[in-house]
Every structure is written in structure tokens, then in C-alpha cells.
Design a protein around this ligand. Structure first.
Ligand SMILES: [Zn+2]
Length: 93
């Protein structure tokens, strides 16, 4: 039986991975993969869920997917540049 052992290992792994029970929202860019941390209050806090549903929250995350300002700018530039020749554009390595 290694149940107790693996549970301990799991806990350590979670701590090592930096899991934290503080309000935490991620803004994730679909294009470049940049993740921005926001320390904003969550719509449903663990305290609220514990009181309302009797559910003990051990971890949570809130993720918003979309486009970061930099990528929005790049896309706008691509759309406004209606030149068909490719030599003009900067190539990203
Ligand atoms: Zn981006």
C-alpha cells in the first residue's frame, strides 16, 4: 500500500508547483501564450462556496482566454497592411 505515501507526495508536489489559495485570475493569450496574473477578487470565493454548498475548495483557478494587447496590435497591423508582397514584413525568428 502506497496510498499515504503518494498523498504526501502529491501535497509536496502541489506546494512545489506554487499552488496558492489567494484570489488569482489568469489572462491567457491564445496567440503568443503569455499568461498574465491578476490579483482580483473571484466571483465565487472558497469561503462563499463552503458556506453555501458545504464544499471545501482546495484549489481553483480562473482563466480568461483571448488576445493580449501586443497580439491585438500585431493583428491590426496585419489587417491594415493590404500589401500582397511578403518581402516587406518583418519575419519573426
Ligand atoms: Zn499575445
Amino acid at each position: 500500500m502506497t496510498a499515504a505515501r503518494s498523498a504526501k507526495g502529491m501535497e509536496a508536489a502541489l506546494r512545489a508547483a506554487g499552488y496558492r489559495l489567494t484570489p488569482h485570475i489568469n489572462l491567457i493569450c491564445n496567440r503568443c501564450g503569455k499568461i498574465q496574473d491578476l490579483a482580483e477578487p473571484l466571483p465565487l470565493s472558497p469561503e462563499y462556496l463552503a458556506a453555501k454548498e458545504g464544499f471545501q475548495v482546495m484549489d481553483y483557478r480562473m482563466e480568461y482566454y483571448g488576445l493580449c494587447p501586443a497580439c491585438q496590435g500585431r493583428i491590426k497591423n496585419q489587417h491594415s497592411a493590404t500589401n500582397p508582397k511578403k518581402g516587406d514584413q518583418h519575419e519573426q525568428p
